[in-house]
Design a protein. Structure first.
Length: 88
C-alpha cells in the first residue's frame, strides 16, 4: 500500500497491524513530493488562482472564491492534475 507520511500512518497500532499481516507492506512517499501526490498539485493550483496576492475581507468570501474555483474547474483525469483548466 502506498501512503503519504502523515503522522498517524506511522502509529504503533499500525505497526502492530503490519506485524500480524506480514503480506501487507507500506511504501511511504517522500515527505513532500507533489508529483507522487497529485492532490498537492491541485492545492497548488487552487492557491495560485484563488488566494495568491488576493485579499478577502472575510473568511466566508475566501471560501466562496474557493468553491467557485472548484465549480468552474475541469480535471482531465487521464493526465496529471496539472491539466486542470478553468471554464471561461
Amino acid at each position: 500500500m502506498i501512503l503519504d507520511n502523515i503522522r498517524f500512518h506511522h502509529a504503533k497500532a499500525i505497526q502492530r497491524y503490519l506485524q500480524r499481516y506480514p503480506r501487507l507492506s507500506f511504501l511511504f512517499l517522500p515527505p513532500y513530493y507533489p508529483k507522487l501526490n497529485p492532490q498537492e498539485m491541485v492545492w497548488q493550483i487552487l492557491r495560485r488562482n484563488v488566494t495568491h496576492n488576493t485579499y478577502y475581507p472575510t473568511f466566508a468570501k475566501e471560501i466562496a472564491a474557493a468553491k467557485r474555483f472548484f465549480k468552474n474547474a475541469i480535471v482531465n483525469i487521464k493526465n496529471t492534475p496539472t491539466s486542470l483548466i478553468l471554464r471561461k
